[in-house]
Design a protein around this ligand. Structure first.
Ligand code: ADP
Ligand code: MG
Length: 389
């Protein structure tokens, strides 16, 4: 995370007033892929890359937003906020404010400055970080205190309704609720959650394959339809099953023949992934890292073979991880068809692991990967209280 002093002095020199500063982290999902829309479980952790938001009031009724990442400023009128985004980076912070206004809060004139080290567009959720940091900053300025799950929902709506991106609740939820040295098992049905300890000597090594296959968007829609088809077949026999969260492998044995072969495979991934995700939280709670590694390996095979959401590069990155020192578990994380792998690695060997993986992936694929050694970190929080308050 950047030193908040950097943002403070930047804010003071631009806006001549002391900001209150808030931080919200990016995240990585340890296990639980394509389970969210089946009302199942995911288990992300917040990471030590974060977006800082500095805020101070203004008396001219303007909302001025500056991003040091883009080195650009945008100006809006607090009395007539836009109804939808304009395909600009400012959609993310502005969307959070528009959603807050929709909740009945009057958004006053304000200066908001942003500075983040979450890599943009790399699957580590810089978007949720910017939304959550902004929402915390603005609620503080307005003088309201939102419970964290509610704050996360509001930020998800900013992304769905204002930015126009179809994302689940996970990213905003973990950014708002993460805890240092913990993963968070989230039940996407009712947003109840459980923290599971990650030992301080375990690093989260995030390896970017540097590819994102163009099929990703279309395949996401197809996979979702197949998952829904499978749930509908089971529901014909067991009407209480509305989502695959409620289904079992036994159901597939009984009625899988009534589904298309693809729907059966996708459903087998989702149903077993839900079980694995809960088991992975239990393994962390029991300090059983060996079991966690086994579950991650099984999850990758299921994601690759049953869900068919991996790709050559991601399979290569996971395979190569197994011959590096200190590995506990590795799998492709995120929506699939490229993106990042998550590797749990013994902290003392993390740098050696990173260098070895980078070299072998480069020689195998001809692509130089970006690999980040991260730590499970705390969720969004205030870092500097304004001196002028
Ligand atoms: P990801 O969330 O995986 O990083 P997204 O495409 O969902 O990728 O979100 C990235 C976008 O979020 C950026 O292109 C930018 O518009 C916005 N964003 C993220 N961080 C910042 C920041 N510090 N300042 C301004 N905009 C940001
Ligand atoms: Mg995003």
């Amino acid at each position: 995370m950047y030193d908040p002093e950097v943002l403070r002095s930047l804010h003071v020199s631009r806006y001549k007033s002391e900001p209150e500063i808030f931080a919200a982290p990016g995240r990585v999902n340890l296990i639980g892929e394509h389970t969210d829309y089946a009302e199942g479980f995911v288990m992300p952790a917040a990471i030590d890359f974060a977006t800082l938001a500095g805020i101070s009031p203004r008396d001219d009724g303007k909302i001025v937003i500056y991003s040091e990442n883009f080195k650009e400023e945008r100006v809006f009128d607090a009395r007539s906020l836009p109804k939808s985004g304009s395909k600009d980076w400012s959609d993310y912070p502005l969307g959070a404010m528009v959603m807050l206004a929709g909740e009945g809060h009057r958004i006053p004139g304000l200066s908001l400055s942003l500075l983040g080290d979450v890599p943009l567009g790399s699957g580590l959720s810089s978007s949720a970080a910017v939304e959550v940091a902004t929402a915390l900053a603005v609620t503080s300025l307005v003088g309201v205190d939102y419970a964290r799950p509610k704050l996360a929902r509001l930020c998800q709506r900013a992304e769905n309704e204002f930015v126009g991106a179809n994302c689940g609740i996970m990213d905003q939820f973990i950014s708002a609720n993460g805890a240092e040295d913990h993963a968070l098992l989230l039940d996407c049905r009712d947003l109840s959650f459980r923290l599971a300890p990650i030992p301080a000597n375990v690093a989260l090594v995030i390896a970017n394959t540097m590819v994102k296959h163009s099929v990703a968007g279309g395949e996401y829609t197809t996979r979702r339809a197949e998952v829904e088809e499978a749930a509908a077949v089971i529901a014909r026999h067991r009407p209480e099953v509305r989502f695959l969260r409620d289904a079992t492998v036994e159901d597939l044995h009984k009625w899988g023949a009534e589904m298309s072969p693809n729907a059966l495979k996708r459903a087998r991934h989702v149903i077993t992934e839900n079980t694995r995700t809960v088991a992975a939280a239990d393994a962390l709670i029991d300090h059983d890292l060996k079991e966690l590694g086994r579950l991650m390996a099984e999850a990758h095979v299921s994601y690759s073979q049953d869900f068919e959401a991996s790709c050559v590069e991601a399979d290569t990155m996971v395979m190569l991880a197994h011959s590096q020192p200190g590995l506990i578990g590795a799998r492709l994380t995120g929506g699939g068809f490229g993106g990042c792998t998550i590797n749990l690695v013994e902290q003392g060997k993390a740098n050696e692991f990173r260098d070895g993986l980078a070299a072998s992936y480069a020689s195998e694929t001809g692509i130089v990967p970006q690999i980040h050694v991260c730590h499970a970190s705390s969720g969004a929080h205030r870092v500097i209280a304004s001196l002028s308050h």
